[in-house]
Write a protein that binds this ligand. Structure first.
Ligand code: PEP
Ligand code: MN
Length: 338
């Protein structure tokens, strides 16, 4: 349930409603909009909620039930788009943001070189994995904290914020010391301990959709993060598994407009993992922008054929530059900028 306060409701009115929420055994989650405050009732309680107990209180405009199981994440609860700050821009606003970089960081020099190249081409942030979730335990697992140090150095050189994956709830604090955005990967989308931990960190989170998860599963996972009081969450469609063999995954373009309709959070598309082949990445990126994606996360490597992970889907510098030019045209065509 949500209690929408009147424009100009007093602090006393708000704290009385919060007091009532707590008395009923729920947690009050406050969203202070430009005009009015909205109070969400979160959690479970044996006390059945009665709307008129709240609608009759001073300063209350209306009381609404949220019909979906993801409450704080839903548009019903929060009708306006949430903007997530990234390098002076806002994910969820008019500009399409681009996060680019290697699948894994491989060396100090290369990380800095890639950062300079993607910045030059217009990227908003640098991606790069230091902790890698690999299907095989014998594949390259990432350079760990050393890799995070290279990323931090690349940020110092270029000013680009860092997006990097965290897999272990026990390492959230350490990764957050280096990263600007904590990526929760597809394989960990339902690692609920990790979700609560990145929520508690209050760091910006990029939450990727699991390869066999529905949009509702993704929204429920986001709810774990928001339930910790962290609204700085971007969702990411990165392709799902289907019977199709000619691509690595199947890009679910439906997810872009459908998620945007159901949640106030920004939606980012990952054309690299979605299609899995560099020659098709730009087409999927263009489609995602046309469908309303708030941003892209794209893998870029100077010599994709020698990359330690995901080389087959990585754009080289020229390919990335061309993608950046082409997305601007599509962004303009749909009333956005890039
Ligand atoms: C990645 O971004 O390199 C990655 C491992 O992505 P996903 O979790 O979507 O597979
Ligand atoms: Mn990858």
């Amino acid at each position: 349930m949500i209690v929408v306060m009147k424009k100009g409701a007093s602090a006393q009115d708000i704290s009385s409603v919060v007091g009532r929420v707590e008395l009923d055994g729920y947690k009050a989650s406050l969203t202070e909009g430009e005009e009015r405050t909205i109070i969400g009732l979160v959690g479970e309680s044996p006390t059945p909620l009665r709307e008129d107990n709240y609608s009759s209180m001073s300063g209350v405009e209306r009381v609404m039930r949220v019909s979906v199981p993801y409450k704080l994440t839903s548009r019903e609860y929060h009708p306006m788009d949430t903007h997530v700050a990234l390098n002076g821009s806002q994910a969820g606003a008019n500009k399409v943001l681009v996060i680019a970089g290697p699948c894994s960081v491989e060396s100090r020099e290369q990380t800095i070189e890639i950062a300079c190249a993607v910045k030059e081409a217009g990227a908003t942030a640098l991606r790069g994995g230091a902790f890698k979730p690999r299907t095989s335990p014998y594949s390259f697992q990432g350079h760990g904290e050393t890799g995070l140090k290279w990323l931090a150095e690349a940020r110092e050189r270029t000013g680009l914020p860092i997006v990097t994956e965290v897999m272990d709830p026990g390492l959230v604090g350490m990764v957050a010391e280096y990263a600007d955005v904590l990526q929760v990967g597809a394989r960990n989308m339902q690692n609920f301990v990790l979700l609560s931990e990145v929520g508690r960190s209050q760091h910006t989170v990029l939450l990727k959709r699991g390869m066999a998860n529905t949009m509702e599963d993704l929204l429920m996972s986001a709810e774990y993060i928001l339930a910790q009081g962290n609204q700085r969450v971007m969702l990411c469609e990165r392709g799902i598994r289907t019977f199709e063999k000619y691509t690595r995954n199947t890009f679910d373009i439906n997810a872009i407009p459908v998620l945007k309709a159901r949640t106030h959070l920004p939606v980012i598309a990952d054309p690299s993992h979605a299609v899995g082949y560099s020659e098709h990445v730009t087409s999927i990126a263009l489609a995602a922008v046309a469908a309303g994606a708030d941003g892209l996360i794209v893998e870029v490597h100077p010599t994709p054929e020698r990359a330690l992970s995901d080389g087959r889907q990585s754009l080289n510098y020229d390919g990335f530059k061309q993608m950046m030019q082409r997305i601007q045209l599509v962004a303009q065509a749909v009333g956005r900028s890039a």
